[in-house]
Ligand binder design. Structure first.
Ligand SMILES: NC(=O)c1ccc[n+]([C@@H]2O[C@H](COP(=O)([O-])OP(=O)(O)OC[C@H]3O[C@@H](n4cnc5c(N)ncnc54)[C@H](OP(=O)(O)O)[C@@H]3O)[C@@H](O)[C@H]2O)c1
Length: 363
């Protein structure tokens, strides 16, 4: 039987790679719906090729797709806060989720995971680090801690001064991964890793002091877990998002699909690891702090960062201002514990408005 799938964000980096995977596994999938944001032309080409039941452009149609119980699984691969509502709807309709959109869990991880449990829905991570951990864990009760790797982004070997004067082009020149603009800037500031520790906290239920980050520039070790007896299990492979995407949408089965060339330890030759520099990448500490505060602290972190990243991409602020603005917003935020979904959206809206004002003052 074919697995029926819809893709939210089919025109993006994850979405297009997911379609490459599906093309290789045509006998395993039937596409129910494809949704993009603005790229009408690409969506039309995808529709012609993959013949989904329907397509949608923009946010309006996402609820319809995610309420369609014909879906076995929905790949949520849009970027930013747009992912939360459709994920929520899909869960309440009992549809499994392959989750690329980390902002969903950063904004509402407690509620989303509780709803998933209530409706018996599986949330399979697409993010390569969380996918790696998902693959390593056999018995979660015996795991002592999670070790999340980070490539370090384009500024790993640059000075703080270089970072302060970085252009948009330099921030978008990621050495390992070809991704959408928002996540690429987040990777340059290490906020992406910050969002990932919050994502890991919700997905796997670990306290923040049991989630370590280690810099690993080669991006071969995608993440690891340490068992209570000190044994460490890591998932390794060549850096390609095809593999975690395929894992998530075919789980628990594995197929050859779009497999890259066979892995060779001797060709890799060396793997480097180092501690993250919290002074140079203060966003990482901010994310840990906001994660530990919980409640709407991470909603604020996510909204302020996202608006500041957009402002940086628009040439309105400098790279380091992203941190300064996000930190100020977080410092001033009055955290609501155990927020409802409406409170989450209200905080998100308010923080975005305030962040835009703060951006104006930085110009
Ligand atoms: N790229 C990666 O390697 C990677 C790895 C791990 C996790 N992730 C996560 O996956 C998510 C997607 O990342 P990405 O790099 O694929 O981003 P991206 O290339 O920017 O793609 C974003 C997708 O969302 C769509 N979209 C934007 N606005 C929308 C709207 N209002 N309604 C519906 N769809 C909308 C875009 O459509 P248009 O292009 O048509 O506007 C596009 O299809 C992010 O949360 C990111 O953190 C990405």
């Amino acid at each position: 039987m074919k697995r029926k799938i819809s893709i939210i964000g089919s025109t993006g980096s994850i979405g297009t790679q997911a379609l490459e995977v599906i093309e290789k596994l045509q006998d395993k999938f039937e596409i129910i719906a494809l949704a993009g944001g603005h790229n009408k032309e690409l969506l039309a080409k995808q529709a012609e090729k993959f013949k989904p039941k329907y397509t949608c452009l923009g946010e309006e149609g996402l609820e319809k797709i995610c309420s369609d119980k014909e879906n076995d699984i929905i790949l949520v691969a849009c970027s930013g806060k747009i992912g939360l509502k459709p994920t929520f709807t899909a869960i309440r309709n009992g549809i499994d989720i392959a989750l690329a959109n980390k902002e969903t869990l950063v904004m509402a991880g407690d509620i989303v995971m509780a709803e998933a449990k209530k409706y018996g829905v599986q949330i399979i991570p697409v993010d390569s680090e969380h996918c790696a951990i998902h693959q390593c864990i056999k018995d979660i009760n015996q795991v002592e801690k999670l070790i999340i790797t980070a490539s370090g982004g384009p500024f790993l070997k640059k000075s703080i001064e270089d970072m302060k004067n970085a252009t948009v082009e330099q921030a978008l020149a990621h050495p390992r991964w070809n991704m959408g603009k928002k996540i690429t800037v987040d990777s340059a500031t290490l906020m992406n890793k910050g969002l990932e520790i919050i994502e890991a906290h919700h997905l796997f239920g670990f306290d923040y002091d049991k989630i370590d980050v280690v810099i690993h520039p080669q991006s071969i070790v995608h993440s690891a877990i340490e068992y209570k007896d000190g044994s460490v299990i890591a998932q390794i492979g060549l850096p390609s998002m095809h593999i975690p995407i395929q894992y998530a949408i075919t789980y628990p089965e594995r197929f050859e699909g779009i497999k890259s060339k066979s892995f060779s330890f001797s060709e890799i030759a060396r793997l480097d690891f180092e501690k993250p520099d919290f002074e140079k990448f203060p966003t990482l500490k901010l994310a840990y702090d906001m994660g530990k505060l919980g409640g709407t602290a991470t909603v604020c972190l996510n909204a302020a960062n996202e608006e500041a990243v957009f402002a940086f991409l628009d040439g309105k602020i400098k790279l380091y201002d992203i941190y300064k603005i996000t930190k100020k917003m977080c410092d001033e935020h009055k955290v609501i514990q155990n927020p409802t979904i409406d409170e989450i959206f209200a905080v998100d809206k308010e923080v975005r408005q305030l962040t835009k004002c703060l951006v104006g003052q930085h110009q």
